[in-house]
Design a protein around this ligand. Structure first.
Ligand SMILES: [Zn+2]
Length: 134
């Protein structure tokens, strides 16, 4: 499960962070070589904004969660979980036969509207048709 591996990787990297509880579910987390950041577990807000932006735990949140015995898997956004993947890809898209197997129609072919540079191509076609008729 990729989500589980990612959590384990962040958990391993969070060893170099130092959480300090400051009260009311808030931690001051100091990572090696970085500035001190505030993590609020109750509000799910991190000073680095990674969690708020993409819903993935960073090392700051991970070390705060581990120091409170929270399960980090409960703090990953639903869209990264297996249930969301299954829900997204559960509808079946059935295959179709190739064009040789399609029914022939007696109706005239549809005109295709060319978007974008269609006006220029239409002018070229008109000029070509004028030259042919001359
Ligand atoms: Zn962070």
């Amino acid at each position: 499960m990729p989500c589980f591996r990612f959590v384990e990787k962040v958990k391993h990297e969070s060893v170099y962070c130092y959480p300090q509880y400051s009260g009311n579910f808030t931690y001051q987390v100091r990572a090696r070589g970085e500035e001190q950041l505030v993590v609020n577990i109750n509000d799910r807000t991190f000073g680095c904004n990674k969690w708020q932006l993409i819903g993935i735990l960073c090392v700051h949140g991970m070390i705060a969660l581990l120091s409170t015995n929270h399960n980090p898997m409960n703090f990953i956004h639903l869209r990264y979980k297996k249930e969301a993947f299954i829900q997204t890809y559960s509808p079946v898209i059935y295959g179709i036969n190739g064009p040789k197997m399609w029914k022939k129609s007696n109706e005239a072919p549809m005109e295709v509207q060319i978007s974008g540079n269609g006006g220029k191509n239409q002018r070229r076609r008109e000029i070509c048709n004028q030259k042919r008729s001359e």
